[in-house]
Ligand binder design. Structure first.
Ligand SMILES: [Zn+2]
Length: 176
């Protein structure tokens, strides 16, 4: 079965045929991630393999990327290395999400179909920091210490407070 990263396909088919896909997706083509980035250069690369594990539709996903974000201390662009390997349970509703065994992330599937793009967008989104900053031993951190008066650090820009469905789902499950 031939399938590009942009095409949505039924979860049942992907899982049933144990589809495996290697991808290289321009960050500009990740709908939510691209919205968060100042520069849309770069790609998310990796692979995904669909299967059924413990009765659960699963996507084993590996993604690496170097998105450019803005350091909230010096306001200079910086590369934020993303390298994630996760096991994602594909569920169609909150009840199903409740039954997902420990150790899985949860992805809510719309209309029983999913694209690799959807999964990668979500995964890179989760890996982006709310308040990106250079390392503590960087030039930017050292300069900050020497500032007279100790001016407050700028708050994260409002658009840095991204929507994170996984986190929301976690909250929802806790409330039950
Ligand atoms: Zn900085």
């Amino acid at each position: 079965m031939s399938l590009g990263w942009s095409r949505r396909a039924p979860v049942d088919t992907l899982v049933g045929t144990e589809t495996a896909i290697e991808f290289s997706i321009p960050l500009a083509d990740l709908p939510r991630v691209s919205h968060e980035l100042t520069s849309k250069d770069g790609e998310a690369k990796g692979k995904v393999r669909f299967s059924r594990q413990q009765g659960q539709a699963v996507a084993d996903l590996e993604v690496s990327a170097q998105p450019e974000v803005v350091c909230q201390r010096c306001m200079q662009p910086m590369r934020w290395p993303v390298k994630v390997k996760s096991r994602v349970a594909l569920v169609s509703d909150y009840d199903a999400a409740d039954r997902v065994p420990d150790g899985f992330e949860v992805f809510l599937v719309e209309a029983d179909s999913v694209s690799v793009r959807d999964l990668v967008d979500e995964e890179v989104m989760l890996a982006l920091p709310n308040v990106p900053r250079h390392d503590e031993d960087s030039e930017c951190a050292r300069r900050k210490v020497q500032l007279p008066g100790g001016a407050d650090e700028p708050e994260a820009a409002p658009d840095a407070q991204v929507q994170k469905p996984f986190a929301q789902l976690g909250e929802l499950l806790k409330r039950k």
